[in-house]
Write a protein of this length. Structure first.
Length: 216
């Protein structure tokens, strides 16, 4: 079973799990957080490039995982109009667009399609979305902790793809950029929580990896 499915399991969203050994996200390869479909690609990169079945599965999963993040933040912003939810939901849309770019150039089926906010094709991600908005709706503090948790898991899943699955240059470039951006999002959410008297404790990341991200 792939790591992404384990980390996104609905039952693990609520319960604490054993600390994971996560390696540092690699340095960005020159993409920025606002990469969108239509970015210029050299002919050499696209021609002859192939994706493995594992890479294709990962792209499809990550496309919907980014949708979970965007949709949860949009939902929570309606309840708690805090700037991180507004700003980061827009950034998550850029992340979705970056993965859609991979889907388009490699002619893959898009699992998102015309699905509205809060509707996911992947059943585990649908269960996750439902659980997260339920938890986040209980209080402003829980909503912010949900945001931090989402970014923790996003970092783990992206790094798993980079470490174990991704071989294609385009995929590696996009995932590297998204991992770096997710670390910034994690800092944003955890940076707001102390204003409400909450010190965030990592749920999925090891304390060592969390501390590294906070120090960047």
């Amino acid at each position: 079973m792939r790591m992404v499915k384990l980390t996104w399991s609905g039952r693990l969203v609520i319960a604490m799990i054993a600390a994971l050994s996560i390696t540092q996200c690699t340095e960005s390869n020159g993409l920025d957080d606002q990469m969108t479909p239509g970015s210029e690609k050299t002919e050499a990169v696209i021609q002859g490039a192939e994706l493995t079945e594992a890479e294709i599965e990962g792209i499809r999963f990550m496309r919907e995982e980014e949708k979970v993040a965007r949709d949860v933040y949009i939902y929570l912003y309606e309840i708690y109009p805090l700037r991180p939810f507004l700003n980061i939901s827009k950034s998550e849309q850029a992340h979705m667009d970056a993965i859609k770019y991979l889907i388009d150039i490699y002619d893959l089926e898009d699992p998102v399609g015309d699905n509205p906010e809060g509707v996911l094709q992947n059943e585990e991600l649908q269960e996750l979305y439902d659980a997260l908005i339920e938890i986040g709706s209980t209080s402003r503090e829980e909503a912010l902790k949900v945001g931090a948790l989402i970014e923790e898991v996003d970092i783990i899943d992206l790094q798993t793809e980079l470490d174990s699955i991704a071989e294609n240059e385009d995929v590696i470039s996009v995932y590297t950029n998204l991992c770096r951006a997710s670390e910034a999002h994690l800092r944003a959410f955890t940076g707001v929580l102390p204003l409400y008297g909450v010190e965030y404790v990592p749920v999925k990341l090891s304390q060592e990896e969390f501390d590294r991200i906070m120090a960047d």
